[in-house]
Write a protein that binds this ligand. Structure first.
Ligand SMILES: [Zn+2]
Ligand SMILES: [Zn+2]
Ligand SMILES: [Zn+2]
Ligand SMILES: [Zn+2]
Length: 272
């Protein structure tokens, strides 16, 4: 019986789709995939949600130690449609692998990562580069080292600046924010999206004193992963500098030029 369930896949597409949709986690609305945890009364959850809960969210009964092997075998036998099927995606795979596809699915809809620059664009992932080139041509870069200029940096006021890097087959969002009250400038470089990668990245920001070329300051940080792009700062995942110190690196016009580089971590001698 068990062997049959795992080896024979269902052929009727409609039926398969209907069953696949039943396999959704009630907490996160993603597909369930093995190990499927359940409460003592049989409410089933995806492994991520199950690991996080002490009691069932619905009936408050305790977590069960037994897994439902029939559910898991049925789950393994099914092909799950991409979440963007209604937008034209025909891709299907195992439920444990669909998330991997969905983050890079051409039909996925995303909001512009430069939303803080007053942009309310949303569209397909495949159109993001075209959108940025058209709407934010000065805020998107395709090489890992970039010379940048903050105009009138000597004018002390609250400012936030965002740009995108599309390098190493990944998206990065660089930000600096000047808080005029504290006189602090915070810098972040986050890797966007949930695409899994073994690679680690770091970044470096270099300021050179325009009148004394040998006098420079270098800030370094890790490119942490940012899953929710509405977030500007992850707690403690930034580097900072004093405005008073940075002013020293402005030119006669008060403009601050600096270089930003993104590295694979091996170039840093191993960021973990
Ligand atoms: Zn879940
Ligand atoms: Zn329950
Ligand atoms: Zn898809
Ligand atoms: Zn935009």
């Amino acid at each position: 019986m068990a062997d049959q369930a795992s080896s024979s896949s269902v052929n009727n597409e409609e039926l398969e789709r209907a069953i696949a949709l039943k396999f959704s986690c009630p907490t996160c609305d993603k597909y369930l995939y093995p190990p499927i945890g359940q409460c003592r009364k049989g409410h089933a959850f995806c492994p991520k949600c199950f690991d996080r809960m002490n009691r069932c969210l619905f009936c408050l009964s305790a977590r069960s130690r037994t897994r439902c092997s029939v559910l898991e075998q049925l789950n393994e036998a099914l092909q799950f449609p991409c979440r963007f099927a209604n937008r034209g995606c025909t891709f299907k795979t195992k439920s444990s692998e669909i998330a991997d596809h969905e983050v890079r699915c051409e039909h996925s809809v995303l909001v512009c990562p430069l939303r803080f620059n007053n942009c309310d664009w949303s569209g397909r992932r495949a159109q993001l580069i075209a959108h940025c080139l058209k709407t934010h041509p000065m805020n998107i870069y395709f090489s890992p080292t970039q010379q940048l200029l903050a105009k009138k940096f000597n004018d002390l006021k609250d400012r936030k600046y965002f740009i995108l890097f599309n390098v190493y087959d990944s998206w990065f969002r660089f930000n600096w924010s000047l808080d005029s009250n504290t006189g602090t400038v915070l810098f972040t470089m986050y890797r966007l999206g949930t695409k899994p990668t073994q690679m680690k990245f770091g970044y470096e920001i270099k300021f050179v004193n325009p009148t004394q070329r040998g006098n420079k300051v270098v800030l370094r940080g890790i490119c942490h992963k940012l899953e929710d792009e509405d977030v500007v700062f992850l707690p403690d995942k930034h580097v900072y500098a004093d405005y008073d110190v940075m002013i020293y690196y402005c030119d006669a016009e008060g403009d601050l030029s600096y270089t930003v580089s993104i590295y694979r971590s091996s170039a840093f001698g191993g960021i973990s």
